[in-house]
Design a protein around this ligand. Sequence first.
Ligand code: COA
Length: 164
Amino acid sequence: MDRKALYAGSFDPLTNGHLNIIERASSLFDSLTIAVVVNPNKKSLFSVEERVEIAKEATSHLKNVRIDQFSGLLADYVNDEGFNAVVRGLRVTNDFDNELQMAQMNALLFKNGAETVLLMTDPKYSFISSSLIKEVATLGGDISGLVPECVLRRIENKLQEESK
Ligand code: COA
């Protein structure tokens, strides 16, 4: 039986912390879907289409990874697509409370017994969030080493466009 996992998030933008979770999860499951969550109420730096393109570029070396997007309830998407597991990254102990709450709510909503699987983030990336990356980059700080090359390039281009 194929074990299909989902890793969902805003990914605005995808960071090396996310990529680390993706690489490890892709080796644990037969296939891994990265899904960009469409949330029209959340102001984002990158459009959903750009975030999907970034995810494709950053994971092109991983043959069992595909990229998708969805809106609405994560559990509906999981039930429709038949995922066996939802992967989440744990960075700091604070993350645990939210993850436990979401995992327990989702367990009620999953119809096929899908499990939430928590992977501990590599300590190299435990302090990163997408918002922090955007804040530091916008204020001229160096974010190289914290995001994939394609993200670095696209953030630089966006900031140049904005400064014109
Ligand atoms: N490395 C680096 N950064 C990480 C990370 C890692 N391993 N793991 C998480 N982060 C960052 C994210 O970039 C994000 O940063 P931001 O808040 O600055 O954008 C932050 O930590 C929180 O991450 P996460 O909890 O994954 O939030 P998210 O918005 O990316 O994804 C959803 C959360 C979309 C999966 C969740 O809200 C959801 O399921 N939404 C659908 C609606 C739904 O079903 N709701 C009911 C849930 S029970």
